[in-house]
Design a protein. Structure first.
Length: 93
């Protein structure tokens, strides 16, 4: 029987941290105007921009699955076929 308890549930609490930013006055004015247009506080707009950039950085750092071609045969088989070949000679064709 599977336990019905939430004892193993994971809870993630996000705590916002205050910080100071340095930005060009013209850039801040654009952001203030956009926040006003959206009807949200400037800090909310900035928080969303920071979260978006952080997510972009995380996506870029994720490991990628490499796809390649081994020349039509299994690399392990190729290495056994030529045991006299010096190490590091690779199997590229």
């Amino acid at each position: 029987m599977v336990p019905t308890s939430d004892a193993h549930a994971s809870i993630r609490i996000m705590v916002k941290q205050r910080t100071t930013i340095a930005a060009e006055a013209d850039d801040l004015e654009v952001l203030r105007a956009e926040a006003k247009r959206r009807g949200v506080p400037l800090n909310e707009l900035l928080s969303a921009a920071v979260a978006s950039k952080a997510a972009e950085i995380q996506r870029a750092r994720r490991p990628r699955l490499g796809l390649g071609h081994s020349g039509g045969a299994n690399l392990a088989e190729q290495s056994v076929d030529d045991e006299e070949a010096p190490a590091g000679t690779g199997f590229r064709r």
